[in-house]
Design a protein around this ligand. Structure first.
Ligand SMILES: Cc1cc2nc3c(=O)[nH]c(=O)nc-3n(C[C@H](O)[C@H](O)[C@H](O)COP(=O)(O)OP(=O)(O)OC[C@H]3O[C@@H](n4cnc5c(N)ncnc54)[C@H](O)[C@@H]3O)c2cc1C
Length: 408
């Protein structure tokens, strides 16, 4: 008798989300809650404890459009208790001097100037993952599967057939690539990227400070890049913030390896002591800073979202917020195309509209990053004038805040 190789199992779903980072998890929740049978896959289960190895020590300041999406999906009530509201944004421009950082100027933007609510809500990333892991099982049409990844993909007019790392085949009307900046799905689809490297790295960690933050997020500019303090709830009764500290690469590595007392002293100095003494309250994570935009945001039966589509420097809370704008646009198009989600016209519309917005944001953040990290005296003057103009000219200030850009 002839022996046949066992046939690969094939499952059928409406949407396959590849990648279970924060964007992928929110995508699975969104599509499942909107009535699409959704499978999300990731080889690595999420780390949901701050002190565990591999924990994501960054925080995300979700802006109002992101909150609107959470409300639409019906998960905001369960997320809100974990958030710290951001009522204001304080921008401080400093230059180094022999007596420590010299404050050249400062401005504060108030969230309630544009609406009767905070301008954003801050979550520690590992905490957000934990909340999403709790929420996802309650969404019947959203299945999450860890320990398996994307291996290869064959697309045709009506569907995509994806082979997973365990040999399973999944047939989906739409594949959503949320598998991060080195996206295997993007590569399999032959989509290239444009990448700008700055030679900068960012440290991300949690710190205590002796003075309260008053729910105001603070960005302190100096050459090398911004030092950003995003408010968290008090920890053990002490004021705390999530810190993003951008520097040239070698300096960032020095800071990463510095002993804690020396690190605390540098951090206190770099913060211009605006919130008193600073003290490290977590491990330190380090991230390379790049701008990267995919050449195309869609392929046959495929949409790229989040860092598979774009990576931005951590300025003005643009990264994940832009990702959720991708998701909101894609969700709306799926809801308008329930007869055939993932059809070519729908994906063309997605790619065209999102590419325009992403490119504009990437250009703005890139330009801003070049100006704020400048050592050159002329560019430092531009930074100061720009800050004053954005804040002091009311229509500009309101426009920038309404655009969800923060003051950048
Ligand atoms: C220091 C710093 C601070 C930041 N602060 C903010 C902020 O305040 N606000 C904001 O909006 N953004 C912020 N960002 C950006 C934000 O953190 C990122 O956009 C976001 O974390 C990326 O999420 P993601 O889900 O796209 O990618 P990732 O988190 O990289 O997730 C990709 C997932 O895909 C999985 N994967 C990989 N390969 C495969 C495969 N073959 N098959 C299946 N799955 C696969 C991975 O295991 C991973 O889980 C910040 C970034 C930095 C560096």
């Amino acid at each position: 008798m002839t022996q046949h190789a066992p046939k690969a199992t094939r499952e059928t779903v409406d949407i396959l989300v590849v990648g279970g980072g924060i964007a992928g998890m929110i995508a699975a929740a969104a599509f499942g809650a909107s009535g699409f049978k959704t499978l999300m896959i990731d080889p690595v289960p999420p780390v949901t404890v701050g002190d565990d190895v591999g924990s994501d020590l960054r925080s995300t300041a979700f802006l109002r459009p992101a909150r609107d999406l959470f409300e639409k999906i019906g998960i905001w009530d369960r997320l809100a208790p974990h958030a710290t509201p951001l009522e204001g944004l304080r921008i401080v421009d400093t230059v180094p001097s022999d007596d420590g950082p010299l404050l050249r100027s400062e401005r504060q933007f108030e969230g309630r100037e544009t609406a009767d609510e905070p301008f954003g809500w801050n979550f520690l990333n590992w905490h957000m993952r934990r909340a999403l892991v709790d929420i996802l099982p309650s969404i019947a049409l959203a299945e999450t599967r860890y320990g398996v990844g994307f291996k290869s993909m064959l697309t045709r007019t009506g569907s995509a057939i994806v082979t997973l790392s365990d040999g399973t085949q999944v047939e989906a009307k739409l594949v959503v690539a949320a598998d991060g900046r080195n996206s295997a799905v993007r590569e399999a689809a032959g989509i290239g990227v444009s990448t700008t490297r700055y030679g900068q790295k960012s440290l991300a960690f949690t710190a205590f400070h002796s003075l309260p933050h008053g729910n105001v997020s603070t960005e302190i500019y100096r050459d090398g890049g911004p030092f950003t303090m995003v408010p968290l709830a008090d920890i053990d009764g002490r004021p705390a913030s999530a810190i993003v500290w951008m520097n040239k690469g070698p300096k960032a590595i020095d800071l990463l390896n510095m002993d804690i007392d020396a690190f605390n002293a540098e951090m206190t100095d770099r913060s211009a002591e605006l919130y008193g003494n600073m003290e490290l309250a977590s491990q330190r994570g380090v991230f390379p800073i790049i701008t990267q935009v995919a050449d195309q945001l869609s392929g046959q039966r495929l949409a790229l979202i989040a860092e598979a589509a774009h990576v931005l420097p951590p300025i003005g809370a643009q990264g994940l917020n832009t990702s959720l704008n991708d998701l909101a646009a894609l969700l709306e198009l799926c809801e308008a195309n329930t007869h055939d989600i993932g059809n070519a016209a729908m994906l063309d519309t997605y790619a065209r509209t999102r590419h325009r917005d992403i490119t504009a944001r990437a250009k703005a953040v890139d330009l801003f990053n070049r100006v704020v990290r400048a050592e050159d005296g002329l560019l430092q003057s531009v930074r100061l004038l720009g800050l004053k103009a954005v804040h002091d000219i009311k229509p500009v200030r309101m426009g920038v805040m309404r655009a969800g850009l923060g003051p950048l």
